[in-house]
Design a protein around this ligand. Structure first.
Ligand code: AVJ
Length: 335
């Protein structure tokens, strides 16, 4: 018996109906198969992403952490002067929140702050609590939720008159399609109050070769991160993907200025997913599109924010890697 085969680690207790639905929908679609990148971040995927952030080829996280450590104190002094101390710091897609320490430390200088990380990955939130849980003057209230619901849940913690600071860091905004970005920032803004702030981190357009090595690193961490999605389907949905029969692929789409990640089937094959009652056919070379990471021009970022109704307060740019941090405000007074 091949008892220790692909589904050896399958444990039915873990079935998440939203994951099941996303996989069934994305793999039975006509034309290009696709899975949303939010499902990368189970415990293994979150750990692999942490490794990506320290790879020499992936300068994004280091560039942002550097910008934040350099600018957090001045940024916070400016916010406090203009609007008072933000007692509420909400972060969308916090992950482990490692870079957020700089912002929280700067805020906590002015008094106690409630930090509300919003993430759909319980694994990421657990590490976030471990990493930031002991900061002086900071209390953490993790919220396992999608972005917009998460903002509403987080804002329920607001006491009258307290300004809120919303963080959307790490260029997670890059996962949205170009047409959706401004409207997403608009949806966010409508949930917040006049005077509230948004700090948006976005990766900038840079040469193709630099981007390709960031998303296809030579030791294969990004490949493992991408392939783990198939392993996760095996573990959680009784999938029978033979991982070695798929290859990681990163493409740069110059016209859209975005990296597109795919999983390419090396052969023609059929893959059974027990929990879904499905058998998925793949032709040789067919791909599953797993992520788009859009890259931005500096002026484009403030323009997108303004289209979402935000006013641009200030922008900081790391020119070495190519990363921008933009502070927006939901302008008080008439629109
Ligand atoms: C977390 C979405 C910003 O797009 O750079 C890293 C995820 N994917 N390597 C990115 C990712 C492959 C990352 N974001």
């Amino acid at each position: 018996m091949s008892a220790f085969a692909a589904s050896a680690q399958y444990s039915p207790a873990q079935v998440n109906p939203e994951f099941a639905q996303a996989v069934a929908g994305g793999l039975t679609r006509k034309g290009q198969k696709a899975l949303p990148p939010s499902w990368f971040y189970d415990e293994v995927g979150s750990a692999l992403f942490e490794v990506i952030t320290v790879l020499p080829e992936y300068g994004l996280t280091r560039a942002e952490a550097g910008l934040l450590s350099k600018t957090a104190d001045k940024m916070m002094a400016e916010i406090v002067r203009a609007s008072g101390r933000p007692a509420l710091v909400i972060e969308l897609g916090s992950g482990t929140g490692t870079k957020t320490r700089h912002i929280l430390a700067a805020t906590a200088c002015y008094g106690s702050v409630r930090y509300l990380p919003v993430d759909i990955s319980s694994a990421a939130l657990d590490s976030c609590v471990k990493i930031l849980g002991a900061m002086h003057n900071v209390s953490i209230h993790p919220i396992e939720s999608t972005y917009l619901d998460g903002i509403d849940l987080a804002l329920a913690h607001r006491k009258a008159g307290e300004p809120a600071l919303l963080l959307f860091l790490g260029s997670t905004i890059g996962n949205f399609n170009r047409g959706e970005t401004a409207s997403f920032l608009g949806h966010i803004r409508k949930r917040m109050l006049p005077g509230d702030y948004l700090l948006l981190g976005a990766d900038l357009v840079k040469p193709r070769a630099k981007l390709l090595s960031a998303y296809d690193d030579p030791i294969g961490v990004t490949a493992a991160f991408n392939l783990n999605l198939l392993a996760r389907i095996n573990r959680e949905l009784d999938g029978h993907f033979e991982i070695s029969q798929f290859a990681h692929e990163a493409r740069y789409n110059e016209r859209q200025s975005r990296i597109e990640m795919h999983l390419r089937s090396r052969i023609a094959q059929e893959v059974r997913i027990g929990e879904l009652g499905l058998t998925i056919p793949f032709s040789a070379g067919e791909t599953i599109w797993t992520e788009s990471s859009h890259k931005f021009r500096v002026e484009e970022i403030s323009r997108i924010g303004r289209r979402g109704g935000w006013s641009c307060v200030r922008q900081w740019v790391d020119g070495e890697w190519g990363f921008a941090e933009t502070l927006f405000q939901n302008a008080p007074g008439p629109k």
